[in-house]
Design a protein around this ligand. Structure first.
Ligand code: C5P
Length: 292
């Protein structure tokens, strides 16, 4: 088959705040989080094909864990199509690190395949499909700066920020990580969302993002549950003299940098075996055409 392939960058996120309010009757937790897209990205390429397939490069991913394939199948079913596509996913974002890489891929696959297949599906239905795929997926339909509420599906735009971050990702092998971290939250880890409201109000007034604005309910359980995280975290702060913050349910941690040179210097001080270290930038959209 011929036709022009569709190439997209699917960007990751960090949670600048993440407050968990409490457990809901359906087993999920009510949260309030200020999330922001970063430039660290996966690459998705879609080519015409009779069959639906997804080749993953850069990591091992079992077919039943591949959110891109699940997104494609859900969309095909909802739009009552039988179309195919040969999809290639090149992973650049570490998986299951709290950076939302898989959720961003799933949202990108929904949006891109809707266009690629000419599926006539109302926008509201895209949001429903996204939330069925994962709590973070609706956020990635647009990305940028947003406050997530409910399970993560109720979204409110927030003032987009600029700046560099340095992100450190220790290795981990925890199965069912997000569920496990939610399950070990204690009452003292919970809060009422007012910290996020306070930060968003400050940002709306034009204040710059500061370390004192950042918080994450998973900090205590993540330090306890991930083997190396507490050590890596302390070591990163000692080597750089900066504060590090957890993203999502971890184990990725990040620090705010003053500018590009500062971020590069931080990266050099952090480089160590067993550690992935990235310099990345806050950006205002979860997707863009991949120019190359
Ligand atoms: O929706 P997602 O697949 O990302 O969630 C993984 C697990 O994390 C859920 O099965 C649930 O145990 C937990 N979770 C939660 N409350 C949320 C989001 C996720 O308890 N808001």
């Amino acid at each position: 088959m011929t036709g022009t392939p569709m190439r997209l960058l699917c960007r990751a996120k960090v949670n600048l705040t993440l407050e968990v309010i409490g457990k809901r009757p359906d087993g999920y937790h009510e949260l309030v989080s200020l999330a922001h897209t970063i430039s660290l990205a996966d690459r998705l390429t879609i080519r015409a094909s009779d069959q639906l397939s997804c080749e993953v490069r850069g990591m091992e991913l079992a077919e039943n864990e591949n959110l891109v394939l699940r997104a494609a199948r859900c969309l095909r079913e909802s739009a009552r199509l039988s179309a195919g596509a040969a999809i290639t996913l090149e992973k650049g974002v570490p998986a299951a690190a709290g950076l939302g890489g898989g959720s961003s891929d799933a949202a990108a696959a929904l949006v891109a395949l809707r266009c690629f297949w000419g599926a006539r599906l109302p926008v509201e239905e895209m949001s429903t499909l996204a939330s069925e795929l994962g709590s973070d997926v609706p956020y990635f339909l647009r990305g940028g700066a947003a406050v997530l509420r409910g399970r993560g599906e109720r979204l409110e735009a927030a003032p987009p920020q600029q700046g560099r971050l340095v992100v450190v990702v220790p290795d981990h092998h925890m199965v069912g990580k997000t569920g496990a971290l939610y399950a070990t939250l204690r009452p003292s880890d919970l809060s009422d969302g007012t910290e996020t409201e306070r930060v968003v109000t400050r940002l709306r007034r034009g204040a710059a993002l500061a370390d004192g604005d950042l918080c994450n309910a998973f900090e205590r359980p993540a330090r306890e549950l991930f083997d190396d995280l507490d050590h890596v975290w302390r070591d990163a702060e000692r080597r750089t003299g900066r504060r590090f913050h957890l993203s999502g349910a971890g184990p990725a941690i990040f620090a705010l940098a003053a500018d590009r040179d500062d971020a590069e210097q931080l990266r050099e001080r952090l480089l160590a075996p067993q550690l992935r270290v990235y310099v990345t930038e806050l950006v205002n959209s979860s997707r863009s055409a991949d120019q190359g």
